[in-house]
Design a protein around this ligand. Structure first.
Ligand SMILES: [Zn+2]
Length: 136
């Protein structure tokens, strides 16, 4: 037996302990070369998990249940067609307005950092959503 390097469908190399006497040798090689490597499969599973989490959060939001959303994820709960308007004021501050599905909310801030997140939280709160991480 010796270790050989195979290439997975993602292009990454995968070490394989080759045993020419193994009756399943070709099947094992085909399995490795016919799919993505472990790291890429794990990463894909994480992404799919996050997408499912956001779908579940949207359903909870629509039914008035508490929604727990991670930092910076609140904008993903906003519906298609959401518009955000940012206006710089004479004193240098910014006023933001968010509008979606007939609900509007506003916020002011010294800068644009976190403005979209703040507006998303305000809009979600205006819709009665109980989103973890209160609007500032
Ligand atoms: Zn890979």
């Amino acid at each position: 037996m010796k270790e050989i390097i195979l290439t997975a469908t993602c292009g990454h190399e995968v070490a394989f302990l080759d045993n020419p006497a193994d009756v399943y040798r070709q099947a094992k090689i085909d399995k490795i070369t016919g799919r993505a490597c472990r790291t890429c499969r794990d990463e894909r599973a994480k992404v799919i998990g996050r997408v499912r989490q956001m779908e579940a959060a949207r359903i909870r939001l629509a039914t008035g249940k508490e929604v727990k959303v991670g930092r910076g994820q609140d904008a993903k709960l906003l519906p298609a067609g959401t518009t955000i308007t940012l206006v710089r004021q004479p004193d240098g501050t910014w006023t933001g307005r968010i509008e979606a599905d007939g609900t509007a909310a506003e916020a002011t801030a010294n800068g644009l950092m976190d403005m979209n997140s703040k507006l998303a939280k305000r809009w979600l709160a205006a819709r009665g959503a109980k989103v973890k991480g209160a609007a500032r």
